[in-house]
Design a protein around this ligand. Structure first.
Ligand code: PLP
Length: 396
């Protein structure tokens, strides 16, 4: 009766009907003689989204956080030195995990709004002539601040120093949405989850691992059990799992991979850029608001974190959008709580859906006392969408 509730948080994202239907099926036998015929091509196609040919992928029941843990515990040794940077809630949590798992973490703190400091990485790696640093971590897309970082530049920093450290990348809110090239960027471990660009419910921790990282795995002594690559490889090689896999999620993954690969990843990336440009055009019109991302080089095409105007509590904006306009906006996390709100613009969505989100945010901002003329931001987004064409279509 009240129509749909609108979901514009940066994950979980909206699930396409095709994917939802594909998951609505009876339980099946995960040891059936033909189950492997389903799993082997699924894993092969997942590699295409990570853009790796020589690496291998892992699908763990879990979430992105589990995939972080799998990456660390399978390839490193207790006490190993690692280089990380911290500029938002998720890069902060990854550092926390690395410390709790017993790594010797060299952390670079960066202002929230900026991203991976590739030049500082180059300096630290250049100075580490004894190669004490075993791995370099980079959060590709910091979902808390709406900041994307240049992973190529991190690879260049490693190469310039002739440094053999592994390159770990958090691609939870980037892979399957914005450009990510595991093979050509020389990424050794890429981590993602099912509930963002893959347009599925939460429940799968996704990983792609290079040959170099698989070789490190052979020597790595960190304790692991549930997330053991070795156990997974042994069973996956024939299309099965070492424990009960979430078969419905895997059936959903089949359809989401088909959708991403049929559209073409370049087209998916372009679609996200177009959607993000509309959001940024609206924010530019909202007096007193600004992006947390501190300059275009950091703009994320999957999520925008937006400072509320001075004197306005972003929590009130989110609360009003939810209760009065049936729209979920993302909250400000950690030190951004109350200061910023977020709009997730990734996964299954289009310009008209986003105009709805922008309209709800704009009404809620006005209700909270922002000096914004209703329609101002939405009009800018409409103009941005009108002046561009959806990927894969000619001029209209
Ligand atoms: N890394 C990033 C960049 C994220 O955005 C998230 C979740 O939003 C995570 C890691 C943690 O993933 P999960 O919540 O799936 O465990």
């Amino acid at each position: 009766m009240n129509g749909n509730t609108h979901l514009f948080i940066p994950g979980p994202t909206n699930i396409p009907e095709e994917v939802r239907r594909a998951m609505n099926l009876p339980m099946e036998d995960m040891r059936a003689p033909d189950f492997g015929d389903f799993i082997l091509p699924l894993l092969a196609d997942l590699k295409k989204v990570f853009r790796t040919e020589t690496g291998r992928v892992f699908v763990f029941p879990g979430s992105g956080t589990g995939a972080w843990e799998a990456a660390i515990s399978n390839t490193l040794n207790p006490g190993d030195r690692v280089l990380m940077s911290r500029f938002g809630q998720f890069s902060m949590l990854w550092v926390d995990m690395a410390e709790r798992l017993g790594l010797d973490v060299e952390v670079i703190d960066v202002d929230w709004g900026k991203g991976v400091p590739a030049e500082e990485y180059a300096a630290r790696l250049g100075a580490d002539t004894g190669h004490a640093i075993k791995a370099v971590f980079a959060t590709h897309n910091e979902t808390a601040t709406g900041v994307s970082s240049d992973i190529r530049a991190v690879r260049e920093a490693l190469d310039a120093a002739g440094h053999p450290a592994l390159l770990f990348v958090d691609g939870v809110s980037s892979i399957g949405s914005i450009e990510f090239e595991m093979e050509t960027w020389g990424v050794d471990l890429a981590v993602s989850g099912s509930q963002k660009g893959f347009m599925l419910p939460a429940g799968l921790g996704l990983l792609a691992v290079s040959e170099k990282a698989l070789a490190a795995h052979e020597r790595a002594k960190m304790p692991r059990c549930y997330f053991s690559f070795a156990d997974m490889i042994r069973l996956n090689d024939t299309g099965y799992f070492p424990y009960t896999p979430p078969t419905q999620l895997l059936r959903g993954l089949r359809v989401s991979l088909d959708m991403l690969l049929d559209a073409g990843l370049e087209s998916v990336w372009e679609r996200h850029h177009r959607l993000a440009s509309g959001v940024r055009a609206a924010v530019a019109e909202w007096q007193g608001c600004r992006l947390v991302a501190d300059g275009p080089e950091w703009h994320s095409d999957t999520v925008s974190a937006i400072y509320a105007p001075e004197g306005i509590d972003a929590r009130q904006v989110i609360d009003t959008a939810y209760h009065k306009y049936q729209t979920s906006l993302g909250s400000g996390l950690a030190k951004l709580a109350g200061r910023a709100f977020r709009i997730g613009h990734l996964g299954s969505l289009n310009p008209v859906m986003l105009c709805g989100a922008l309209s709800a945010a704009e009404m809620a901002l006005c209700d909270a006392g922002a000096a914004i003329t209703p329609g101002q931001g939405v009009a800018a987004a409409q103009e941005a969408f009108r002046m561009t064409t959806p990927p894969g279509t000619g001029p209209q």
